[in-house]
Design a protein around this ligand. Structure first.
Ligand code: HH2
Length: 273
């Protein structure tokens, strides 16, 4: 299937002729690598602007941690965390949420992309995105953050994930989200053992068959710690290796915490493709 050349958003168009950088902004007390750092609105906005100045194309704002075992957050609390930040940040923002009501408020506040780690599990989500003419990132997760790392098993990891993403993309299309506003993501670390994550990255090219741009989020994740024996803040070089592999194997977007470093990695790999 032919891949769209761009992602069409309400107020701009993103060309896919170079890798796009999503800068992670977790407005949470408990995210696995930056929990508590950006929980105050002023600090969060300053961090978003800093990442943008460092070369992030999109700021991915999230108000609920999805780390393994994380507690769920109420809709009100999630909205309270993210909406003031989105309003003040302006520019190109994605909202990292699995709740339709939070997505709706975020899109009203100026976000143009919904990054849904549950791929439209909330029955209202597809309709909310379609109505706002927003784009969506459909990510694969096995189970929920509370259960996902309890012995995840696959028949065949890459084809199982591709089948899931194909079904969710179909759901998005039938809800009226056009093809050039859909991105897919294999969900590194979400219900996957270290070997599964490595296998997904080695075979990332196979996801191109789905016909949608591919987003990959490896940044600082535990499979890097598992391979290198490094703590979360010692994983920048490990992250760089996985970002390089992702870009060279066909990722169109990479979701990262260490923006200036990964901008360099992505720009270099773009030239090597
Ligand atoms: N990973 C995380 C959160 N959102 N979204 C997409 N599309 N892809 C990912 O791989 C992805 C994601 C987890 O990382 P982080 O936000 O840093 O941690 P936490 O969930 O603890 O807030």
């Amino acid at each position: 299937m032919k891949l769209p050349q761009r992602i069409s958003l309400v107020r701009c168009t993103l060309s896919l002729d170079r890798t796009l950088i999503l800068g992670v902004l977790n407005v949470t007390p408990d995210s696995f690598s930056d929990g508590g750092e950006w929980i105050e609105v002023d600090r969060a906005v300053a961090r978003g602007l800093e990442m943008r100045a460092q070369g992030a194309d999109i700021i991915d704002v999230g108000g609920e941690s999805t780390r393994p075992g994380a507690d769920a957050v109420s809709e009100e609390e999630e909205r309270r965390r993210v909406i003031p930040v989105i309003e003040r940040l302006g520019g190109l923002v994605s909202i990292d949420t699995s709740k339709a009501s939070v997505a709706e408020a975020a899109l009203r506040a100026g976000a143009q992309i919904v990054n849904d780690v549950t791929s439209l599990r909330d029955p209202r989500m597809a309709q909310v995105i379609a109505r706002a003419e927003a784009a969506v990132i459909l990510m694969h997760m096995k189970g929920t953050p509370r259960t996902m790392q309890k012995k995840p098993m696959y028949h065949e990891v890459v084809s199982d994930i591709c089948d899931f993403l194909r079904r969710r993309a179909k759901r998005a299309l039938s809800a009226g989200i056009p093809r050039d506003r859909i991105v897919v993501d294999p969900g590194i670390g979400f219900g996957k053992r270290p070997e599964h994550n490595l296998e997904i990255l080695r075979r990332l090219g196979e996801f191109r068959r789905l016909g949608f741009p591919i987003c990959v989020g490896t940044s600082r994740k535990s499979f890097i710690g598992h391979v290198l024996g490094r703590e979360v803040h010692e994983r920048v070089f490990g992250t760089a290796a996985t970002v390089a592999a992702s870009v060279l194997k066909g990722a169109h977007l990479v979701r990262v915490h260490d923006v200036p470093e990964m901008v360099d990695v992505a720009r270099m790999c773009d030239r090597l493709k």
